[in-house]
Design a protein around this ligand. Structure first.
Ligand code: AMP
Length: 575
């Protein structure tokens, strides 16, 4: 771990990409394969390989307490160090003392991470973290803490680790990238590179692949400016899910690659009958029969539950709207153009439908058109099956796109997705092959009540803001959300200075500040929630701009929030 930590210091000390990869590659080569494999995961800023669901569940405050205790320092010394670095790892490196006999191997750290993940409850986790950090040198502790918090902050992305692997063990970068994408495990990718078996890396069922991402567009014209032929789909407001189906077994994975099958017990059975093994991409939405998605706030009630009650299943049924296929019948399809994947997908779902019909002895009702001409499913079938092909539309002009956009919103969906029919499926990438077109629900003028230090390039600046609206009488502020700054670097620097000078209470990580700064925030959706004292929470809040032209008293009140919530609910009912 000492060598790894020293290499990290060297990587952080240079901005040159080539130098960074050279340090990583030299380090990896100097280690055994087992050590190098674990190190590659750590260098990607993770405690465990990407595909794994395992998480440490160790938060900043637990680390903060352990570091303070081991250092024997009081709050204010730690706070001062934190203010200087804006990073808990760097704080640990500074305040912890060097003691004889310290020093850890990377394999030992990896084994302890597994124990921490398996430990139940904060007390057990704290004991393991304390023991680990006590045995580490201060420099090792610095990087252990950084790995635990999920960000090394040395300007090293997983893509650079991929480059270093290619450099260290031969093989092309493309081979390394592909193996890593298929395995979802940079450590396993490294092992294969060592053994010269990268080409054999196969997509593995039940190991989620990365998700292809979309870029936003500002206008219908822009939506049609990047490629010649577009497939247009509604943008559903639910959660993205990748389904793996193999020999009757079905699992769903979220965008963070966590398994979410348990939350949707009605879905696996519906996919089990696919005629071939497959990996599908789609969106899980709260569904209203016979044919439309309900708002995200409705689906939210179903999320994060281990057990879903019969009543929940009845009241908030879900559907899986499938829009892509990444693998089918033994073939990885991601390099094939969307137009071909779409054909395979249609074929798969159509074949499944026939099988279902054939097996069912009940007389079938007439197939009902759902949202578009590609929608299908009888009422009975949709209730029982809940798997739908997301309807695909074609447009020829920006005007048609705009019309379709309005229609999509009329159906209660967020907007549109515009996809290049000639594009490959690029896992984990945000490019211009998939575009998203949506409009903000509304904006609110809010007052900043507390601030936190940022991450990554926002280290050391106060860039995460908690904000509030007024209660009805404007005599009390109630928090409603938190957003990472959408402000420019200059604005953030100015705001940081202001917040430092106008702190009411300094809690180290967080500062309660004088409620004077007004921001305009946009968001996708609003829901009732007890997370904040307003009783509401915003989905995807974004700071649109500072409102220096407004005094705090001019910010919005909870009644405006209630109005927006009610109009959203009306739109939802209409939809
Ligand atoms: P955003 O979350 O705003 O970046 O938009 C991208 C997300 O839209 C995806 O990750 C999906 O969860 C969701 N989405 C909804 N409908 C579709 C669709 N038809 N195709 C692709 N993504 C969709």
């Amino acid at each position: 771990m000492r060598l790894l930590a020293e290499s990290c210091e060297a990587i952080g000390a240079t901005t040159k990409r080539l130098q960074k990869t050279a340090v990583v590659s030299d380090y990896l080569k100097s280690r055994t394969t087992d050590e190098a494999a674990v190190s590659a995961v750590f260098l990607s800023g993770r405690a465990f390989p990407a595909w794994e669901e395992t998480t440490l569940q160790v938060g900043g405050s637990l680390l903060w307490r352990v570091v303070a205790e081991l250092a024997g320092k009081d709050e204010s010394a730690l706070t001062a160090a934190y203010r200087k670095h804006g990073d808990l790892g760097a704080v640990a490196g500074e305040v912890l003392a060097e003691r004889a006999g310290q020093g850890l191997g990377v394999l030992e750290v990896a084994a302890t991470f597994r124990q921490i993940a398996a430990a139940r409850g904060p007390a057990a986790k704290t004991a393991l973290v304390r023991d680990l950090l006590a045995r580490a040198t201060p420099l090792e502790a610095k990087y252990i803490v950084k790995i635990v918090t999920g960000d090394l902050r040395i300007g090293l992305k997983e893509s650079l680790v991929e480059e270093a692997i290619a450099k260290a063990y031969g093989g092309t970068l493309v081979e390394v990238q592909r193996a890593n994408m298929l395995l979802g495990d940079i450590g396993e990718t490294l092992r294969r590179a060592v053994e010269g078996r990268m080409a054999e890396a196969k997509m593995r069922m039940f190991h989620p692949l990365g998700f292809m991402l979309a870029s936003p567009i500002e206008s219908p014209e822009e939506g049609l400016s990047y490629f010649s032929e577009a497939a247009v789909e509604d943008k559903y407001d639910g959660i993205r899910a990748q389904a793996h189906v193999s020999e009757g077994e079905v699992k769903f994975f979220s965008r963070t690659r966590d398994e979410i099958t348990e939350s949707f017990p009605e879905l696996p059975g519906a996919l089990a009958g696919l005629p071939q093994d497959a990996i599908l991409d789609g969106e899980i939405v709260a569904w209203e029969y016979p044919g439309r998605a309900r708002a995200f706030s409705v689906l939210q009630k179903r999320l994060g539950r281990k057990k879903v009650s019969e009543r929940m299943l009845q009241e908030i049924p879900v559907a899986y709207l499938v829009f892509d296929v990444l693998y089918a019948g033994g073939e990885l399809l991601i390099d094939r153009p969307l137009r071909e994947r779409a054909r395979v997908l249609d074929g798969l779902l159509e074949a499944k439908r026939k099988i279902t019909h054939h097996r069912d002895t009940e007389p079938r009702r007439k197939t009902r058109e759902l949202q578009g001409k590609l929608g299908f499913g009888t009422e009975e079938e949709t209730t029982a099956i809940s798997i739908l092909r997301a309807p695909v539309f074609r447009v020829r002009s920006p005007e048609e796109l705009e019309e379709l956009f309005i229609a999509a919103q009329g159906r209660g969906n967020e907007g549109l997705m515009i996809k290049d029919l000639d594009s490959a499926y690029t896992p984990g990438k945000r490019g211009k092959s998939w575009l998203k077109m949506k409009r903000e629900l509304a904006t609110l003028d809010v007052v900043v009540t507390a601030v936190e230090y940022g991450h990554g390039k926002r280290v050391g600046v106060l860039s995460d803001y908690t904000f509030a609206v007024w209660d009805t009488n404007k005599d009390r502020l109630v928090n409603i959300g938190k957003a990472y700054s959408g402000l420019t670097d200059v604005e953030i620097a100015e705001m940081t200075q202001w917040f430092l000078e106008h702190t009411i209470e300094d809690q180290g990580f967080r500062r309660t500040v004088e409620p004077k700064i007004v921001l305009e925030v946009a968001f996708n959706n609003m829901m009732q929630s007890d997370r904040h004292d307003s009783g509401y929470a915003l989905r995807f809040p974004r700071i649109v701009r500072l409102r220096p032209d407004k005094t705090a008293k001019e910010a919005d009140t909870i009644s405006r929030v209630r109005e927006i919530f009610a109009s959203q609910a009306r739109a939802e009912r209409k939809a």
